[in-house]
Design a protein around this ligand. Structure first.
Ligand SMILES: Cc1cc2nc3c(=O)[nH]c(=O)nc-3n(C[C@H](O)[C@H](O)[C@H](O)COP(=O)(O)OP(=O)(O)OC[C@H]3O[C@@H](n4cnc5c(N)ncnc54)[C@H](O)[C@@H]3O)c2cc1C
Length: 455
């Protein structure tokens, strides 16, 4: 047996991986119907594919494996469906998935790869909309497109460059709006020097999406098990055997869909290859019509700013503001309290008219980075038949769904019929000194923070 414990990433406090309680999010208060038929694994089972992780990646993979490839599949999720980032993110279904700019990808990997990466990001958004339509998932969709607001005059130049880049490289026509034009569209906030209009993306309710994916996967014949942490993983001839407290699953193929919760003790071959990072969200009480008018903020659009350590915000269907930012470098409870207080100050600075508006919900969770700032969908080195799909760099609502679909095709031994650059097919490279990941993160945050304050 390769490991006997459910060991999460050693980078943070273990209580951040405690599944005994649901995360205290706004989404969980209004999460819609619970999926049925997702009981813990009981007894010994066999499947073509076993999936570790019941978030967007694992559930999308399960749905596609069962629906499109006719394969038997078991999903093992340690907590409840969507317990990880998938049930607690900002619901920005938008472009993204890596940490590199368009031109950088083009220069490093060539024209075809850059085009394929751009096409994959657009297709990922379309996939989420298509899954919702085909499987009757109530996404509580809001807004169309995304606005990236320049928080400093010089960042406005960077946005102009990006608009030129996407025009030149991909033939796209992305507009820049002046602060006055933004105000007319119900986007008035401090630190606003114009915005890039990205004509893709929409807002959604992430937990409803995750639960809807689980329901759809079960309807298509996949078996999904909540509260079934995989505590050991061993080879059984040419097969893999995954152990939970309640039973085992034997499968020829395994997919690790564990992203920022990747259990390094369970899968030592993945250890040190990803860096979980905390992201934190506040949700205010509902804002009245006159409060929204007083601030001049009525847009349903997804909005973020140009900081490396960015702020992101959107109005929810019940007129609350969701406001998100990085979550710091330690997961201690007192750090969370400090982070929430810091974010309340940042919220008040951007939205002065809402300075006194109460915050009803605050929580955090793990996104996931890789050393090469790229997402990965690859066979795990030294574990034939076992794959990992992860590292969406804080943009996994659409991309994790897409990687799930692509992983399903790979696990079924078929070609994927959508765009996917070849560079994602390498395993994530190990961090040079994995135990120093927290120090590296602290240093990067300090440098990015300085740069973000630069005029
Ligand atoms: C606060 C926050 C805000 C974010 N906002 C956005 C956003 O607005 N837009 C966007 O695109 N992205 C956003 N992201 C990122 C996005 O949520 C993730 O990229 C995406 O949800 C990843 O999905 P996943 O299925 O790969 O991983 P997860 O949803 O994290 O799921 C991994 C699962 O693996 C399970 N697991 C781990 N080990 C085991 C084991 N041994 N046995 C069984 N199960 C196990 C975990 O319990 C977990 O549920 C945000 C993330 C956070 C934390």
């Amino acid at each position: 047996m390769s490991s006997s414990a459910l060991a999460a990433s050693p980078v943070y406090e273990p209580e951040l991986h405690d599944r005994s309680r649901p995360p205290a999010t706004y989404w969980h208060r209004r999460g819609g119907p619970l999926p049925v038929g997702v009981d813990p694994l009981a007894g010994d089972a066999a499947a073509d594919v076993a999936i570790v992780g019941g978030g967007f990646t694992g559930l999308s993979a399960a749905l596609h494996l069962a629906r499109d490839h006719g394969m038997s599949v078991r999903v093992l999720e340690a907590g409840a469906i969507g317990w990880g980032a998938s049930g607690r993110n900002g619901g920005f279904c938008c472009l993204g998935g890596g940490g590199r700019g368009w031109r950088e990808v083009w220069r490093r990997f060539g024209e075809q790869e850059a085009r394929s990466w751009f096409a994959a990001q657009k297709a990922a958004i379309a996939l989420v909309a298509d899954l919702a339509r085909r499987h009757r998932i109530d996404l509580q969709r809001t807004g169309e497109g995304e606005l990236v607001v320049a928080h400093r005059p010089r960042r406005r130049e960077a946005l102009e460059r990006e608009a030129l880049e996407v025009a030149e490289l991909f033939g796209e026509n992305w507009e820049i709006l002046e602060p006055g034009e933004l105000a007319e569209q119900g986007v008035r906030l401090e630190e606003n020097h114009g915005a890039l209009v990205v004509p893709y993306g929409f807002g959604l309710h992430p937990l409803r999406y995750a639960r809807g994916l689980a329901r759809a996967a079960v309807e298509q014949g996949a078996r999904v098990h909540e509260r079934s942490p995989v505590v050991a993983w061993e080879r059984d001839g040419r097969l893999h055997r995954l152990h939970t407290e309640g039973g085992t699953v034997r499968a020829a193929r395994v997919l690790f869909a564990t992203n920022g919760h990747t259990p390094e003790g369970l899968a030592p071959e993945l250890a040190g290859r990803v860096l979980p990072v905390l992201s934190c969200i506040l949700v205010t009480r509902p804002l009245t019509l006159s409060e929204r008018a007083a601030q001049g903020w009525t847009t349903p659009a997804l909005v973020s700013d140009t900081r490396r350590l960015l702020f992101y915000m959107r109005l929810l269907p019940d007129d609350r503001l969701l406001f998100g930012a990085r979550g710091g470098i330690t997961g201690r409870p007192e750090a969370f309290t400090r982070r929430v207080a810091w974010m309340r100050r940042r919220l008040a600075a951007r939205f002065p008219a809402w300075r006194h508006v109460a915050v009803d919900h605050a929580w955090w969770g793990f996104a996931c980075l890789a050393r090469d700032r790229l997402p990965h969908l690859a066979e795990i080195p030294g574990r034939p038949g076992a794959w990992a799909a992860l590292a969406y760099h804080g943009n996994g609502v659409a991309m994790a769904s897409w990687f799930g679909a692509a992983a399903a095709a790979r696990l079924a031994g078929r070609g994927f019929d959508g765009p996917l650059p070849a560079f994602v097919g390498r395993p994530p490279p190990r961090f040079l000194l994995p135990s120093l990941r927290p120090v590296m993160l602290a240093t990067a945050y300090a440098l990015y923070g300085l740069r973000d304050r630069w005029p």
